[in-house]
Design a protein around this ligand. Structure first.
Ligand SMILES: CC(C)(COP(=O)(O)OP(=O)(O)OC[C@H]1O[C@@H](n2cnc3c(N)ncnc32)[C@H](O)[C@@H]1OP(=O)(O)O)[C@@H](O)C(=O)NCCC(=O)NCCS
Length: 145
């Protein structure tokens, strides 16, 4: 039994950080206030956080609201079961609720699961960023919500 938690509760932050560390062992932990500066949804299975996604909302000068994706992480032993898709979809739904009409996100060119999620969401890879992840390039994904 899984459920989506929104917004992340203070007592869930430690588990979110553990999921991030398992998903990105090569990267330093996020800054102390990260998960509050970037609103975070959590996916909970039997009282444990097994995934999360963060985002920001940025209003443009003309009033267009853009949803910027920041991370989708699913703990390794729960990957490949559709949880990443569920989190990414829930993030778009929250963005739409706030009135966002545009999405922008970045992922490594080698990250096929994340690219599939963006493709299924109708987003497009629009700009390659050489060396964005050091040795690995990234794609900027964007589209209308
Ligand atoms: C990226 C990530 C969130 C995807 O979550 P997930 O729960 O494993 O993905 P899903 O089960 O929802 O599958 C999403 C798509 O990827 C495909 N997929 C899953 N694992 C795959 C793999 N190892 N290779 C290729 N495709 C794969 C699925 O078939 C699905 O595509 P489909 O809709 O065509 O069937 C997860 O792999 C993860 O946490 N990775 C580490 C952190 C990371 O890289 N995050 C993204 C950048 S911030």
């Amino acid at each position: 039994m899984t459920r989506m938690g929104w917004p992340m509760q203070p007592d869930e932050e430690k588990q979110v950080r553990e999921v991030y560390a398992l998903c990105h062992p090569e990267q330093p932990a996020r800054a102390p206030e990260w998960y509050w500066a970037y609103p975070t949804l959590v996916l909970i299975q039997e009282n444990h956080v097994v995934g999360f996604t963060s985002f920001s909302l940025s209003p443009g000068p003309s009033g267009v609201l853009t949803l910027f994706g920041n991370d989708v992480c699913v703990t390794p032993d729960c990957q490949g079961r559709g949880f990443g898709w569920e989190l990414a979809q829930a993030r778009l739904e929250v963005g739409r609720t706030f009135g966002a009409t545009t999405f922008i996100g970045i992922t490594a060119v080698t990250n096929r699961p994340m690219q599939r999620i963006f493709e299924r969401q109708g987003l497009h890879a629009c700009q390659r960023l050489p060396g964005y992840f050091g040795a690995v390039d990234a794609w900027v994904w964007a589209g209308a919500l």
